[in-house]
Design a protein around this ligand. Structure first.
Ligand code: HEC
Ligand code: HEC
Ligand code: HEC
Ligand code: HEC
Ligand code: HEC
Ligand code: HEC
Ligand code: HEC
Ligand code: HEC
Ligand code: HEC
Ligand code: HEC
Length: 317
């Protein structure tokens, strides 16, 4: 009963609050960023600006920001500029062309934290909620390293590139190399992106992962590996990356090492005749060693992620 009341009465309100894009975030102190803006007033019209900034104004007018600000918030174009660049009255009135730049908040001169603070006025929520204190923020990465807001350079998300991975590769070149290895998830085919597993804006999990742990992240798409299984293989429940390299590898199924080496990193010969070199102790169908070539240990232990078969304790069925 109470639940029903919640969903009927409270949930729509809650949804509205979450769907509301403009959020009264921390305001920016423009004067602190640029003291020459002291006492600056807002400009009333964009007309005068066109003389010098026509290109930027036209390209900006086609972005999601401009469209949303105009349609939904009823803001004029010049008011929009001022959301990110501060009041422009002093700038417009400045007669000396050479002093024009010093009378605005220019993204060429402010610090990475100041840049992000400007965006966070409206965006410190949902996907960017954990930006503050995130690895990227601490490493002086700012929003404009991945987003471009003055023109539409991509169909979605104001990305600096249609292919959002390219922004990541400017700093994480090693990951591009790994993605090019023979076994990989379909990133280079464009069916996934780095953001399928990571939230580059910060997260509560280690490694900027989208879900709480590595495994929870993998289960987003590989639900069938979630279990619980009747017979669990301990390293699978612990961390998929005990055996896989999420960014790509040159072994079958993105394995870190080739079996039997992979398995023998944890399993000794004791209790099981799994000697790598002669295979003499393995059941003698087809002669020594036959079963550790090809799929190796997996020839017999094929249910390596766990088994639901009553006699699957050895992951053979
Ligand atoms: C959503 C925030 C935002 C809004 C709104 C905005 N700008 Fe910008 N502007 C930026 C950022 C960020 C940059 C830096 C772009 C870059 O080079 O990465 C920039 C750069 C510029 C530049 C300099 C480009 C260069 O590098 O030479 C001009 C000029 C400019 N903006 C004018 C305007 C005008 C005029 C408006 C209003 C029509 C406006 N901006 C609205 C964020 C904004
Ligand atoms: C007489 C020419 C002129 C006029 C008119 C003018 N500006 Fe500028 N503006 C400049 C110059 C020059 C710069 C510094 C060079 C640059 O960054 O592109 C500049 C820089 C800016 C920047 C900072 C861009 C950045 O990130 O470096 C913004 C924002 C801006 N102007 C907005 C406006 C707005 C809004 C108006 C109208 C109210 C306006 N300007 C009118 C010449 C002008
Ligand atoms: C005045 C408030 C405001 C400021 C400041 C602002 N944004 Fe936005 N931003 C919005 C709104 C409103 C939307 C569109 C509504 C939505 O999708 O939530 C939006 C959408 C976006 C999107 C998604 C676009 C898409 O195609 O889905 C990105 C990315 C973005 N903003 C980045 C930035 C960056 C980077 C900055 C700083 C340079 C910035 N924003 C500054 C209000 C703002
Ligand atoms: C390291 C690169 C990177 C940085 C830095 C970055 N973003 Fe993003 N941003 C992305 C990617 C990638 C996406 C697409 C995410 C997805 O598809 O799930 C995105 C998406 C967004 C969206 C759209 C979310 C939606 O629901 O559609 C907004 C808004 C946004 N970013 C704002 C910001 C703001 C504000 C900052 C700075 C505080 C910032 N971003 C910094 C890479 C970045
Ligand atoms: C299938 C999920 C997945 C995808 C897609 C993915 N990652 Fe990761 N990433 C992980 C996991 C899981 C970790 C945790 C570290 C580990 O155990 O390897 C990680 C760790 C990282 C790290 C920190 C540790 C290290 O190895 O340096 C960086 C940087 C990173 N990823 C960047 C990227 C970039 C860039 C892309 C896009 C090309 C990407 N990742 C795509 C899952 C993924
Ligand atoms: C401007 C450079 C830059 C860009 C662009 C960038 N990163 Fe990073 N990233 C860093 C730096 C610096 C670190 C700090 C890690 C370090 O010390 O090596 C980092 C760390 C990470 C980590 C590891 C976090 C941890 O907890 O250790 C992940 C994951 C990551 N980035 C993913 C991404 C993804 C995904 C993208 C693209 C959407 C991206 N990065 C774009 C510079 C960048
Ligand atoms: C956004 C969805 C998504 C997420 C999250 C994801 N995967 Fe995948 N994964 C895929 C897709 C799609 C394929 C390709 C499947 C196919 O080709 O049939 C794949 C394939 C694989 C393969 C087989 C690769 C090969 O070469 O045969 C492995 C192993 C794998 N994923 C492991 C992981 C691990 C480990 C994680 C967590 C770190 C993870 N996946 C997270 C979508 C995802
Ligand atoms: C003990 C090592 C090990 C661990 C831990 C492990 N895997 Fe695997 N995984 C393998 C092996 C070996 C293969 C190749 C199986 C084959 O070819 O029969 C494989 C294949 C895969 C494949 C592709 C074939 C298929 O079964 O769909 C996916 C997807 C996959 N693993 C996902 C995961 C996920 C998700 C996790 C974490 C929940 C995980 N793996 C943990 C060893 C492991
Ligand atoms: C990261 C370490 C690790 C790796 C790698 C690993 N295992 Fe395991 N495996 C374990 C642990 C721990 C157990 C549970 C042992 C126990 O319960 O006594 C286990 C259990 C098993 C069992 C069930 C036997 C029993 O005693 O319950 C089989 C069969 C098995 N592993 C085969 C493999 C094969 C085949 C591979 C390679 C594809 C492999 N394992 C890779 C750690 C690992
Ligand atoms: C020809 C099939 C076959 C191959 C190949 C094979 N195994 Fe086994 N394995 C078995 C059988 C059968 C058992 C069950 C033995 C028992 O129950 O006493 C077993 C049991 C195990 C056990 C459990 C041992 C115990 O203490 O009960 C582990 C661990 C194991 N195998 C790992 C491996 C590894 C690692 C490889 C690859 C080097 C491998 N196996 C290759 C058939 C095979």
């Amino acid at each position: 009963m109470f639940r029903a009341i919640f969903f009927l009465a409270i949930a729509p309100v809650a949804l509205l609050v979450f769907a509301e894009p403009i959020h009264a975030g921390p305001k920016v102190d423009w004067e602190k960023i640029n003291p020459s803006l002291k006492g600056a007033t807002s400009s009333s019209s964009i007309t005068g600006c066109l003389d010098c900034h026509e290109d930027y104004i036209k390209s900006f007018a086609r972005t999601k920001h401009a469209l949303y600000f105009k349609k939904t918030l009823g803001k004029s174009l010049v008011q929009s500029c001022e959301d990110c660049h501060g009041p422009t009255g002093t700038h417009a009135a400045e007669p000396d062309f050479d002093k024009k730049q010093s009378t605005t908040v220019s993204f060429k001169t402010i610090t990475p934290q100041q840049k992000s603070q400007i965006c966070l006025q409206c965006h410190e929520k949902q996907i960017t909620l954990h930006w503050k204190g995130s690895v990227h923020e601490m490493a002086n990465v700012s929003c404009d390293k991945c987003h471009y807001v003055m023109a539409r350079k991509s169909k979605r998300q104001l990305s600096i590139n249609e292919d959002s991975k390219k922004a990541c590769f400017t700093c994480h070149a090693d990951k591009r190399a790994r993605m090019l290895r023979s076994a990989h998830m379909p990133l280079r085919e464009g069916k996934m992106s780095c953001a399928s597993c990571h939230n580059p804006h910060g997260s509560l999990a280690p490694n900027l992962l989208k879900a709480e742990t590595t495994n929870q992240t993998c289960y987003i798409c590989h639900q069938e590996k979630r279990g619980p299984m009747l017979w669990e293989h301990a390293p699978v429940r612990e961390d998929c990356n005990n055996c896989h390299d999420s960014h790509g590898s040159n072994h079958l199924s993105m394995l870190k090492w080739k079996p039997p080496y992979l398995c023998q990193a944890c399993h000794s010969n004791a209790g099981h005749p799994d000697s790598l070199n002669d295979g003499s102790g393995l059941p003698a169908f087809g002669g020594a060693g036959t079963f550790i070539v090809g799929k190796s240990c997996l020839n017999c232990h094929s249910r390596i992620h766990g088994s639901n078969h009553p006699s699957g304790a050895r992951f053979m069925r």
